[in-house]
Design a protein around this ligand. Structure first.
Ligand SMILES: Nc1ncnc2c1ncn2[C@@H]1O[C@H](COP(=O)(O)OP(=O)(O)OP(=O)(O)O)[C@@H](O)[C@H]1O
Ligand SMILES: [Mg+2]
Length: 338
């Protein structure tokens, strides 16, 4: 089946600051050759530490951030190549749920006003039609129509997420990029939001890219998960397999850093925020933190290879190198990592 969204060799480089007498200024490769596909109806989790490029990837997919290279196709039609001012035009089928649902709403506008405005911008001129669509959508996200008279500061975090979802789904997208949809919510509200996301997916034929720090969210709702490290995808697996058999040393580090119930980490390895991929050298970007690093990791960058149901970019995945990699890789199953 053709993917609803496909991303090939996507690059986003932020220009570096030029210093007097020093040249040239080095750019920051925030997204460094990402390949991804999203099937219709799929929920693809994107995980990785702070600064790994998740939001930049999302913004580039949405057409909010100019890509420096690569291509994005929606429903088989290429949408890349337009200047950033026009990039959103072909990408209305992709909508974005901001991490901070409250901040994405104007504090001076009532909820009803904000929902009407979104429909007006999308060409629904008839007021009665808008009212009908808004009421139906508020019902679909489990909110009473009276919420329209209220202002963002009068709503709880969970209610704000519901309003943000109503506003997005009302626009009839095919793909929704959810940036940290459960951040800042308590456990019971998180569960409600995740159930709602699953329900809306089925009811409105949606596919999601779900960006999160929270691996338990991936385990609960995602079909597949992509792990990002310094702008690159280092592993993609079906979500269940990512937890039962994590392959990349970085995925293992992420999983081992999930706090246990008593608050202690299950590993002594601290999980630290990473800095940008400025002028990453020839080798594997993860090698300074990798327990399995060896000479080849300094020499060349690993490419994504098919392993099990997914793909992994790690030299240690080569047959015979390390017990981690007791996995047969067929030489024809090499996938180039951008
Ligand atoms: N507009 C920008 N200009 C310059 N650098 C940027 C810009 N936006 C992001 N970056 C840099 O790009 C890198 C990736 O940032 P990004 O926000 O995509 O990470 P992230 O994975 O979403 O992190 P977090 O989990 O904290 O949200 C970071 O090093 C960041 O400092
Ligand atoms: Mg982010």
């Amino acid at each position: 089946m053709n993917p609803i969204l496909s991303v090939e060799g996507l690059e986003v480089t932020f220009p570096g600051r030029k210093r007097w007498f020093r040249s040239p200024a080095k750019g920051l490769r925030a997204v460094a050759g990402v390949n991804l596909t999203l099937a219709a109806g799929e929920i693809l989790g994107v995980v990785g530490e702070s600064g790994s490029g998740k939001t930049t990837l999302a913004r580039a997919i949405l057409g909010l951030q100019q890509e420096s290279g690569g291509r994005i196709a929606l429903n088989g039609k290429e949408v890349t190549g337009l200047p950033i001012q026009r990039a959103r035009i072909d990408r209305q089928d992709v909508q974005y749920m901001h991490q901070d649902a409250g901040a994405s709403l104007d504090p001076w506008w009532s909820i009803g006003g904000a929902l009407h405005e979104a429909l007006v911008v999308h060409g629904v001129r008839d007021r009665a039609q808008r009212d009908e669509r808004i009421d139906a959508m508020l019902g679909a996200v489990g909110l009473d129509p009276s919420v329209k008279r209220r202002f963002p500061h009068e709503l709880s975090g969970g209610q704000l997420k519901r309003v943000a979802l109503a506003r997005i789904v009302m626009l009839k997208p095919k793909v929704v990029v959810l940036d940290e949809p459960t951040a800042g919510l308590d456990m019971s509200v998180q569960s409600l939001v995740l159930s709602l996301l699953l329900e809306l997916r089925t009811r409105f034929d949606l596919s999601y890219i779900l960006i999160t720090h929270d691996l338990s969210v991936v385990r609960r709702v995602c079909d597949r998960a992509a792990v990002m490290y310094l702008g690159k995808i280092v592993e993609v697996q079906p979500a269940a397999e990512l937890f039962s058999e994590p392959r990349h040393p970085y995925t293992r580090l992420l999983l081992s850093s999930i706090p246990s119930l008593d608050g202690a980490r299950s590993s002594s390895t601290p999980l630290v925020a990473i800095t940008g991929a400025v002028g990453a050298g020839a080798g594997c970007a993860f090698r300074p933190r990798c327990e399995l690093a060896h000479a080849e990791c300094d020499r060349s960058e690993p490419v994504l290879r098919r392993v099990g149901e997914g793909t992994v970019a790690c030299h240690a995945m080569k047959v015979g190198f390390h017990p981690v990699a007791e996995i047969a890789i067929h030489p024809n199953e090499l996938v180039v990592n951008g």
